[in-house]
Design a protein around this ligand. Structure first.
Ligand SMILES: [Zn+2]
Length: 378
């Protein structure tokens, strides 16, 4: 459309042509955003804001992106190291699997000799470690040892320590930009959002966002879903353009994008389930006055107890769901493995011996999972 070509970049104010247009994600791709807008930022500004504001947001949100196994359009959330409560270090991947962050080498000296224990992340690494060790201990039979090496998968015996920290102006600018991107899809003008534009463009401008937990602004919240929800509204009576950004059902931010609005009434919401990318039909009651929004700016609406409740409301059901998925996966795999290794042929009766072998094989496959259940239920 020709009107798109006359649009100006929000940040540098240069005209956006079809060559310089960027398809900007309303919610950043890094946390699972899908919908894009055009004629909002030029490609240069898109890339700069991505480097500064969005990478900071992505970093702060990454533990949640990994935990909820978000479904990204492009790329995966980067694996991240976590400690269990007793200090064991693991690397968590977005598919829910975990790696040792580095290989482990343990040497025990005793009267009968030296005992060496190595844990590697894969066979090539084990081979490399053994090669180095056998330089020091030429009497070791490297090939024999490798043959006896076991590929093991285990479960964590204790919970991971989850530290969430959010805040800072870079993340704040990402929230505000997201609200403006949604607003650009309505009939309202982004250029009316004077507070927002000042904050995005001027280092010294007042940050026009704050964390808000006083009441739940999402009217019918879907239970257990770590929603991303963006809302903007404007009305000439209060003269306010307000914005709301919520990520993972946990991080909730209100903003005043303008306090001198005189245009038409508008209101729009965009929400997704970041674990699937599916759009949700939600509504947000954002009717706070300027005094309340300003209190959020100075952290007066940040209630640790409500934050914790919001976290529990999405983490509990997700753990349950992930646990059921893992149980099904382990069972299916064990049954397949046991049947294909017990010697039975399809369509034939199972012999007594095969049945015994089947039970043994099933247990072999199920054992780590069953044991982890006993440990974690204690
Ligand atoms: Zn620009």
């Amino acid at each position: 459309m020709s009107s798109d070509l006359e649009k100006q970049c929000l940040l540098c104010e240069r005209n956006i042509s079809s060559e310089t247009d960027s398809r900007e994600h309303i919610i950043p791709n890094s946390i699972g955003g899908r919908k894009k807008v055009s004629g909002f930022l030029c490609a240069d500004c898109n890339s700069k804001s991505g480097d500064n504001w969005e990478s900071e947001l992505a970093k702060q949100m990454n533990p949640l992106s990994l935990f909820f196994r978000i479904n990204r359009e492009r790329g995966n959330a980067p694996s991240q190291k976590f400690k269990t409560i007793s200090g064991e270090e693991w690397e968590l991947n977005v598919d829910g699997s975990m790696n040792l962050p580095k290989p482990i080498f343990k040497k025990q000296q005793s009267e009968t000799g030296t005992k060496i224990h190595i844990s590697a992340r894969d066979m090539p690494e084990a081979r490399k470690m053994l090669k180095n060790i056998s330089k020091k201990y030429p009497q070791l039979n490297k090939e024999e040892l490798l043959k006896n090496a076991k590929i093991q998968s285990t479960y964590l015996r204790e919970p991971i320590e989850f530290k969430l920290s959010f805040g800072g102006l870079d993340a704040g600018r990402s929230f505000v930009k997201t609200a403006l991107a949604l607003l650009s899809t309505t009939d309202a003008n982004v250029s009316d959002c004077d507070h927002a534009i000042d904050f995005l463009k001027k280092e010294a401008a007042e940050p026009c966002f704050g964390y808000y937990y006083e009441k739940d602004l999402v009217s019918v919240r879907p239970a257990g879903v770590p929603i991303h929800c963006i809302h903007v509204n404007g009305d000439p009576e209060s003269k306010l353009i307000r914005g709301y950004v919520e990520y993972f059902g946990v991080m909730r931010v209100v903003m005043c994008l303008s306090s001198s609005y005189s245009g038409n009434v508008f209101s729009t919401t965009y929400a997704i389930d970041p674990t699937t990318g599916e759009e949700l039909n939600l509504s947000v009651d954002l009717d706070l006055d300027l005094t309340d929004i300003r209190k959020a700016y100075s952290n007066e609406k940040l209630d640790e107890k409500v934050v914790q409740k919001a976290i529990d409301a999405v983490i509990g059901p997700t753990l349950k769901k992930q646990h059921e998925e893992e149980r099904d996966r382990v069972l299916n795999k064990a049954v397949q493995y046991a049947f294909s290794h017990c010697g039975a042929k399809e369509g034939e009766m199972i012999t007594e011996e095969q049945r015994n072998r089947l039970t043994g094989l099933l247990w072999e496959e199920l054992e780590p999972w069953v044991l982890s259940q006993i440990v974690s239920k204690r």
